[in-house]
Design a binder for this molecule. Sequence first.
Ligand SMILES: [Zn+2]
Ligand SMILES: [Zn+2]
Length: 325
Amino acid sequence: METRIREVWPGIFMIHLPLPMRPTIVNVFLLRSGDEWALIDTGVNSSDSIQTLETALQAVHCPPSRITQIICTHHHPDHFGTSKVYKEMTGARLYMHQAEYERSHFFAPQERPAEAVNFFYASGIPIDRFARVPTPHEFWAGLYVTVPPDAFIEDGDVLHVGDMEVEVVWTPGHSPGHCVLYLRREKVMIVGDHLLPKITPHVGYFPGGAEDPLGDFLASQRKVQRFDVRMVLPAHGGVYTDHRYRANQIIQHHEYRMGEMLDVIRHGPHSGYEVASQVFGFDVDSPVTVQFPATFETLAHLEHLRHRGLVDKHTRDERIYYRAR
Ligand SMILES: [Zn+2]
Ligand SMILES: [Zn+2]
């Protein structure tokens, strides 16, 4: 097997792990200082991904037992999905933000809660057409096999890997407890899904989530701009340098999207699903993997516009409609 590990900074290794869907790769990172190693994020729980990681560890002569810490940026399957296997393989302490651990229960085997079905209906999703949309558990199945963290991390915490100082920076938005990791001496930032070079991460509004996730996300973009960063290590895509420039692009992208959505609802009240279908250009026959995320993403924008006082919403026949003020 081709070795998919590369030392991107002295003591910092990037590993490409395969994913069964787009994006097709997640980057996880190994930190090394002296004899101590730490793993940042896990990939999904597939034999392909686990084998790739094992081969990478061998290539850099890292016995799994030397990995003393596993830090997950957030709870999504490509970042936390193999936590059980790696916890058992290494004996490391596992760290993640508490809000992420709470969200991870969303992937537990369960009937779809009535709250979610009502929310889909209220958002204008034609749910009769999607009677058998899989639950998160059904969709991810064995790719998500996790253990509870040994400790929760919070904004400003500093973890030590040998001489390395790893500062936790809480960056809610993509998920409520997402954290990026700032290596203080190296001025290297491991950004998870927060600040990707080519794509923008999903920011969605759904039941049990944040009230204004896009507002949180935009604030978190401004927050990371305050750090002095020499290298950005994203979970998807290549290494890059100008994090402030990229954060501005991402902020502008969402401002533009909000402008498009305002244009739609200036013509009259629309449900989240109706706005999404116009802005993202799908119809009821498009894949559900397009329609659902696009609707949640649209709702995040509409709710942020509402928090800014530019949009109202009202309920009619158990459906929620947004209109420009
Ligand atoms: Zn994610
Ligand atoms: Zn990801």
